[in-house]
Design a protein around this ligand. Structure first.
Ligand code: IPE
Ligand code: IPE
Ligand code: MG
Length: 248
């Protein structure tokens, strides 16, 4: 039985988020420039998008560029932005064919104009698609997102009709970039790093975490399926006892 067949379709994670890490190290191990790793990471993106679609994942969020990544050398940033635009252009047809809808989270207004324009076009073109929702986190920072939500809520609170007790989790979430998207069930980080790096801090409160040594450019469908199978063998208790869950 292949890995894909081992996946229980009745226990699917609805939303998988991935911190795609290790491109630079992958390239350097091969004696190449870091950007060579980013270029080869595109294959892994294609694999997870396809793989997620095949097994019926509804939402896939990929951490592509963090706000902190602006601190990298200009040459690397420019190469990443160029790669982003060329990948959007080369993948548009495949996304349309595979019924994938593209969204972004993060401060996209801080991205170069040509990147913004390309994103806008592909988001519009894929907006009617009903299959997998692919969410790219670009110029994303969880703290920025949370602070932004607070600012909007404080502004709204100046209106006389505002009642402070209306601020509950549900209300707060409506002010995040991920409004309307269910929280990730599974978060994968590649390359053997065990940290969150300012990704989806609010949303992962009860997410299952999965870490793998695989460097991102080597990540393939089977690695995704391995993570899903691992997830399916876990018991999500949400604070309850194991017995309570069995009694249901
Ligand atoms: C992840 O790979 C891609 C981005 C952050 C854009 P890295 O570039 O962080 O690769 P390592 O972690 O340095 O190996
Ligand atoms: C996280 O990876 C950001 C993305 C994958 C886009 P980093 O490589 O930037 O994270 P740190 O700096 O090692 O925590
Ligand atoms: Mg890294």
């Amino acid at each position: 039985m292949n890995l894909k067949e081992k996946i229980d379709r009745t226990k699917m994670p609805r939303h998988i988020a991935i911190i795609m890490d290790g491109n630079g190290r992958w390239a350097q191990k091969k004696g190449n420039q870091r950007i060579f790793g980013h270029k080869n990471g595109v294959k892994a993106v294609q694999e997870v998008v396809e793989g997620a679609g095949e097994v019926g994942v509804e939402y896939l969020t990929l951490y592509a560029f963090s706000t902190e990544n602006w601190g990298r050398p200009k040459l690397e940033i420019d190469a990443l932005m160029t790669l982003l635009v060329s990948t959007i252009n080369s993948e548009t047809e495949t996304l349309l064919k595979n019924n994938v809808r593209l969204l972004t989270i993060g401060n996209t207004s801080g991205l170069p104009n040509n990147v913004q324009q390309n994103l806008k076009e592909i988001i519009e073109k894929t907006s009617k698609n009903t299959g997998l929702t692919l969410i790219l986190a670009l110029n994303y920072s969880a703290r920025w997102e949370i602070l932004n939500a607070v600012k909007t809520i404080v502004t709204d609170s100046k209106k006389s009709t505002f009642n402070i007790d209306d601020i509950d989790s549900e209300y707060f979430e409506k002010h995040l970039n991920t409004s309307g998207i269910p929280d990730p069930d599974l978060l994968i980080r590649t390359s053997g790093e065990y940290r969150i790096s300012n990704f989806l801090v609010w949303q992962i409160a009860y997410t299952e975490l999965y870490f793998t040594q695989v460097l991102w450019p080597d990540f393939r469908k089977n690695d995704l399926f391995d993570a899903i199978i691992d997830f399916q063998n876990r018991e999500r208790r949400f604070g309850k006892t194991s017995d309570q869950l069995k009694d249901r």
